[in-house]
Design a protein around this ligand. Structure first.
Ligand code: SF4
Length: 713
């Protein structure tokens, strides 16, 4: 059996996830593991110490929202191997390639090792005392001058203790501009809030489903909790469940699905409602849903007037008989589930799409039953006393409109942003319209990055405050990513910090202390560890012993589904982009388990597994259907110019049947300007070619496909 580089990772990923094993892929995964251990990360460093005390520590991986349990093998204080933790509820021993290569993120040369201050276009090393004193001084100046609302903070840390400390800092300081980078969970929670009147995130019992209908979710490309999804895929194969993948590109998920349904990008909601039309028309829906009364009648009327299969076929490109069959197969399957959230699920989706997917699940009677959907209340364990003294300055706003940051910085906020904190996020790389944001950030007098790595945002900051890497710190990890039952995992320091970094929570506590007065009083903890233990209170012992807490809330009934919210959203749906001769193609991004498009860059060994039809030396490939290639005279392997309304880039063409005609696709996670020689200046950052698209209902940025053209270079 010949194994090329592309096959290698498919096999390795399967093995890592605990799917069907053969000796050969096991050997290959072993190789990856051995390379990771023997890589010489720093000059003069011994990768695996020749002797020393061997021990194993358990923790939780926080490199992606998956939250897998891990076991880290150590020799003295040197971590030498990371494995999936057996018995952990999320991944039960499985691990992905990023998790496996985590040692490179711990010991890699792109770690920021001490506080840095911008000087003459470069950085100078400074002490923690100097950094905190200068930053707190400038913040106090802003406060004294009544400019508290001119401070903004952006984080990808979510709603865990560290994220909430940053939010508290902003609140006490008197600014509403706490910005959390949203994901598909926010769209699903928004849709559930509108349709069910409840605060919670829909979660999917994939493992027990008999029919999984995925609207573009890269279930086997990093969606949600990736290792869990690989293991669910094994269950589907064992149980004879059907996986249907609706997306324009033959992703890994589509390739492994039982049915691949290529659809025009941006018409997923239309297709979902077309299926709903057939289900309701043929009386295949759960009769209990009719209890919604007039709202259900209005929904039925909407489906009848706008989403008949003929009309849906014309808009989506999916043939009418296929729409009829998909709808019937879904409704007649004993435990079907529908899901949305494109790629790895790290982007919000249109409200109408999220609502249509919830409606499909409701029509199938799928709420609160095995193999269906459950609404999980967010874990609720952070109960800090209200800060005193500064009540007049407090602001509780949690803004999610991160795509409006350039507007906010350029004067949309009064006063305009004068200071920006960025923590556990790399918006200058990950956000749509990244160049516009970079230009806006450049105008902010004080930018502070709390980061373990010299990423694009850190490189643009005035101060870089190095924070502990994920294996050096305590962190409560909220694992909501579509999980059937929400968990709080405990990431803990398995090795002593290697450099002069601090915990991000300690930095915030120290900064508050340096500011004095009521800001300091709102952060009474000795340090972050003390804060976390007090926050967890009587749950700390279980969390610490077990490594996780199952935070199952009460079952939220889905009986009173408000279809009126969906009908209203359909009325607000903007008209399709239509034909546009200047931009005849649609460019979509794609995620994969080989490239990480989030705030952490792809480690060197994982990058090595990327196929040479995706990245060759420094050139990224754009996938083009043979019909499209012929129409625009594009040849396989040749250079081309890719242009969108947001920008232009030089790429190479990969002609493949795995993409629908008139759609072109490019990977996320490339085009870094920062990080190391392995990653920097390789390929193109697709986020620079995509402008934000605001959902008219939720206000979230839901851009995915963008109009484009491709010409020979
Ligand atoms: S799936 Fe995510 S959490 Fe799990 S090992 Fe991989 S990177 Fe870590």
């Amino acid at each position: 059996m010949k194994i090329d580089r592309r096959s290698f990772l498919s096999l390795a990923a399967g093995v890592a996830a605990g799917t069907a094993l053969t000796p050969l892929p096991l050997k290959l995964t072993d190789d990856l593991s051995i390379w990771t251990q023997t890589f010489r990360y720093m000059p003069n460093e011994v990768p695996v110490p020749p002797d020393g005390a061997v021990s194993v520590a358990t923790s939780v991986c926080s490199l992606c929202p998956g939250g897998c349990g891990i076991s880290v093998r150590k020799i003295d204080n040197r971590a030498v191997k990371i494995e999936g933790r057996q018995g952990y509820p999320v991944n039960n021993g499985g691990i992905c390639t990023l998790g496996l290569a985590g040692l490179q993120l711990l010991y890699g040369p792109w770690r920021v090792q001490e506080p840095l201050k911008k000087k003459e276009g470069g950085f100078e090393k400074i002490s923690w005392d100097q950094a905190l004193s200068e930053i707190s001084g400038r913040l106090n100046d802003l406060r004294r001058n009544g400019k508290s609302p001119s401070v903004a903070a952006i984080t990808g840390a979510g709603q865990n203790t560290t994220g909430r400390l940053l939010q508290r800092f902003l609140t006490v300081f008197g600014s509403p501009h706490f910005i959390r980078i949203p994901a598909v969970d926010d769209s699903l929670a928004f849709a559930a809030g509108r349709m069910l009147g409840t605060a919670g995130v829909p979660a999917f019992d994939f493992e027990n489903s008999s029919y999984v209908l995925s609207f573009g979710s890269g279930l086997l490309d990093g969606w949600g909790s990736p290792v869990r999804m690989f293991q669910a895929h094994s269950r589907w194969k064992e149980n004879g469940a059907t996986l249907v993948q609706v997306e324009a590109r033959l992703s890994n998920t589509a390739a492994k699905a039982d049915v691949w349904v290529p659809v025009k990008p941006g018409t997923e909601a239309t297709l979902a409602l077309g299926l709903a039309h057939v289900i309701v028309r043929d009386g295949l829906h759960d009769p209990a849903i009719e209890a919604a009364g007039k709202a259900f009648d209005a929904f039925r009327e909407l489906l009848k007037s706008r989403y008949a299969p003929g009309a849906v076929a014309r808009q989506t490109g999916v043939e009418e008989p296929k729409i009829e069959k998909l709808a019937r197969d879904f409704a007649r399957s004993p435990r079907p589930v529908a899901v949305c959230g494109k790629g790895a699920g790290q982007d919000p989706v249109e409200s109408l799409e999220a609502m249509a997917v919830l409606a499909l699940n409701a029509l199938a009677g799928g709420f609160n039953r095995s193999g269906g959907v459950r609404i999980n209340a967010a874990p609720d364990y952070i109960h800090w006393p209200e800060p005193e003294g500064s009540a007049a300055q407090k602001s509780n706003g949690t803004r999610l409109d991160v795509h409006r940051l350039p507007e906010l910085i350029n004067g949309g906020a009064q006063p305009p942003v004068q200071a920006l904190f960025v923590m556990e996020a790399n918006p200058l790389f990950t956000l749509h319209g990244a160049p516009a944001l970079a230009g806006a950030v450049d105008k902010i007098p004080l930018v502070v990055s709390l980061s373990s790595y010299m990423d694009e945002t850190a490189a643009a900051a005035d101060y870089v405050l190095p924070v502990h890497a994920y294996l050096e710190r305590y962190e409560d990890v909220l694992i909501t990513a579509g999980l059937k039952e929400p968990l709080v995992g405990l990431s803990r320091p398995v090795v002593k910090p290697k450099f002069g970094s601090r915990h991000a929570g300690d930095v915030l506590i120290d900064l508050a202390r340096a500011m004095g007065d009521d800001v300091a009083a709102a952060f009474p903890w000795e340090n972050f560890e003390d804060c976390l233990k007090q926050t967890m209170a009587d749950k700390w012992d279980v969390l610490s012993d077990q490594g996780y807490l199952a935070e199952t809330g009460p079952e939220i009934p889905a009986g009173g589904m408000n279809f009126a919210a969906l009908v209203e959203s359909a009325e607000l749906q903007p008209p399709g982009q239509g034909e546009n001769g200047a931009w005849p193609l649609t460019l979509i991004p794609y995620d994969s388990m080989r490239l990480w498009g989030g705030h952490i860059g792809t480690p060197p060994f994982v990058l090595k597994t990327v196929a040479d039809t995706v990245l060759k030396q420094a050139d990224v490939f754009v996938e083009v259907n043979p019909v499209t290639a012929e129409r625009y005279h594009l040849a396989d392997g040749r250079p081309a110019f890719l242009e969108t309304p947001a920008g232009k880039a030089r790429v190479r063409v990969h002609v493949t049947d795995g993409i629908a005609p008139d759609v072109i696709a490019m990977p996320r996670g490339l085009g870094h300007a920062a990080y190391d020689d392995y990653l920097a200046e390789k390929g193109v950052n697709i986020n620079a070619l995509i402008g934000p698209v605001e959902d008219p209902v939720s206000g979230l940025d839901v851009a995915w496909g963008v109009k484009a053209k491709l010409t020979t270079a």
